[in-house]
Design a binder for this molecule. Structure first.
Ligand code: NAD
Length: 514
């Protein structure tokens, strides 16, 4: 049954209409001059509820509270900070069904993916708990006698998190769980398109913090759009800004943060390709390509946008692809029978239509036609048909990321040529090769191969595990989040040298006698 009881879900998640910026005292009454941000579901076009846009003075109060909270949180031993994150993970386990359903309804992704996002939050909490005992620094041999030299990692301060609509909760948790065990406090500005899921998350963490007698300023939430994001980027009190979204946003944030010599992690747009070799197992390549292109209605940063197919298998693979697209069911993402849900809003639909028109002008030939769906089930106006266009590899449209299910396919002859085509875009997030040939796979992964932050063999471009460092090169921004040693970006490194001799030997043998 895909009809959900949204008011029951909001009640169980303790999300109230008119949710405000959060930190201590945030629920205080306000009068006049307030702006509501309404959240409307792309699933059925219904209004979910609203939040209050954070006013400048409230923003300032929240950051001040965060700064105060940092002064105590940074001195809590890291494994104890891990214990708080463990409890947050437990709270998420209990509310997974409701939170996952809300993600699906507010953002429009499938219920399975909504629940999967919450599972990712739980997983990063587990990862962060383990990490809380492993924030290792190195010890180096000193060149001076009776000296010890080592490094340690200290918390940075207030971490600002700007997130995109397409992963409305997981991306925040990737940042926040790691930032917290590292001893930082977080101020989150979610996408103005998905404020309700954010409010639900804030309620959960606020309860965990209260149960541990910790200040809510360890985790704060502010609501607003671009101008609030700009305020955060320019705020010298924010030590690190971790921003996820479009390349346009990233360039603006990067410039603002750099001009005050702050730190930034940028997770921006992708333009991900899959190379399908003549040596590919096409039975694997087909579902990988279709899921990568149409999953989340093409609204993942790792969505497959381009297929670069060897000429020997091109016609055969194209036929299978077209056949697979015919079987796609488009509709309510809460109904498990459907493969493809809506785009986030009507602006996204307009971008999709504009990209199709432009592709045609640039010589694209649609082998599966697109279009906006109409009828009762599609009443929100946000449902579109996934489509496929054959394009010349030098078409300008394929240089840009359109956040919609439009797949570009093209032919290649040699692997060198395929790698050149795949790398010849401004973005560098995810990439994949489908091949059973060892030489091809290794060439793709070597220094002269894929230039992306993620390079896969025999799996698609889309989706990633939290254990690896996530992010991409070039216009994708260069940041890394989540696993591996991505935590180091959330800390400051301090090099310490201790002299336990009764002399003062100088480095490089320098003498200073008097
Ligand atoms: P967007 O850039 O429109 O918005 C992202 C966030 O930035 C929002 O919170 C928005 O309010 C804020 N923002 C917008 N302009 C800003 C500015 N000038 N200064 C400060 N903040 C600003 O992106 P979107 O439409 O929400 O998300 C889709 C984009 O996000 C795609 O390009 C996608 O590839 C990218 N994305 C990347 C990753 C990654 O990890 N690389 C993950 C998810 C999404």
């Amino acid at each position: 049954n895909h009809h959900i009881d949204i008011s029951g879900i909001l009640e169980r998640l303790s999300v109230k209409a008119g949710h405000r910026a959060c930190s201590t005292g945030a629920e205080a009454d306000k009068v006049g001059g307030e702006v509501n941000i309404e959240s409307v579901s792309p699933v059925d076009g219904m209004r979910i509820t609203s939040v209050k846009q954070t006013a400048t003075e409230d923003y300032d109060r929240v950051v001040t509270e965060a700064t105060v909270a940092f002064a105590s949180w940074r001195s809590v031993p890291a494994p104890q900070r891990g214990e708080v994150v463990r409890q947050f993970g437990e709270a998420l386990r209990k509310q997974k069904q409701d939170l996952g359903t809300l993600v699906s309804y507010e953002m429009g992704k499938s219920l399975q993916e909504g629940l999967g996002e919450v599972q990712e939050m739980i997983d990063i909490c587990d990862f962060a708990v383990g990490l809380s005992r492993q924030l290792y620094g190195l010890t180096m041999p000193s060149e001076r006698p009776n000296h010890r030299m080592y490094e340690q990692w200290h918390p940075l301060g207030v971490v600002g998190i700007i997130s995109a609509f397409n992963f409305p909760v997981a991306v925040w948790s990737w940042n926040a769980a790691i930032a917290w065990v590292c001893g930082n406090v977080c101020v989150w500005k979610p996408s103005e398109k998905t404020p309700i899921t954010a409010a639900a998350c804030q309620t959960i963490i606020a309860r965990v913090l209260a149960e541990n007698n910790l200040p809510e300023g360890i985790s704060s939430l502010v609501h607003g759009g671009k101008s609030l994001g700009e305020r955060l980027a320019n705020d010298h009190r924010i030590a690190l800004v971790s921003a996820t979204g479009s390349t346009r946003m990233g360039k603006s944030v990067s410039t603002a943060v750099a001009s005050r010599l702050g730190k930034a992690i940028l997770e921006l747009g992708g333009n991900n390709a899959m190379i399908i070799s003549e040596h590919a197992d096409l039975d694997i390549a087909l579902p990988a390509a279709v899921f990568g292109a149409v999953g989340t209605a093409g609204q993942r940063c790792t969505s497959t946008r381009r297929l670069i197919i060897h000429e020997a298998v091109y016609e055969k693979f194209k036929a299978r692809l077209v056949n697979a697209y015919k079987q796609l069911r488009i509709g309510n993402p809460l109904d498990e029978h459907n493969h493809v849900g809506p785009l986030i809003d009507r602006d996204a639909v307009a971008n999709y239509e504009a990209a199709i028109a432009r592709c045609q002008r640039e010589g694209g030939n649609f082998v599966v036609k697109g279009g906006v769906l109409e009828g009762d089930e599609y009443g929100s106006g946000c449902y579109v048909r996934p489509c496929i266009a054959e394009v010349p590899p030098d078409a300008a449209i394929i240089q840009t990321e359109t956040f919609a299910p439009i797949l570009y396919i093209m032919k290649y002859r040699s692997l060198d040529e395929a790698i050149r085509i795949q790398n010849d875009v401004p973005q560098g997030l995810s990439s994949a090769i489908m091949t059973l040939n060892l030489r091809e796979a290794e060439q793709f992964l070597a220094a002269g191969g894929s230039d992306c932050g993620i390079a896969n063999v025999n799996i698609g471009t889309s989706g990633a595990e939290i254990g690896g460092a996530f992010g991409g090169e070039k216009e994708t921004g260069g940041g890394r989040e989540s696993g591996s040693d991505a935590w180091k970006a959330y800390m400051r490194r301090q090099t310490n040298t201790i002299n336990y001799s009764d002399k003062l030997p100088l480095a490089q043998g320098i003498k200073f006698d008097f």
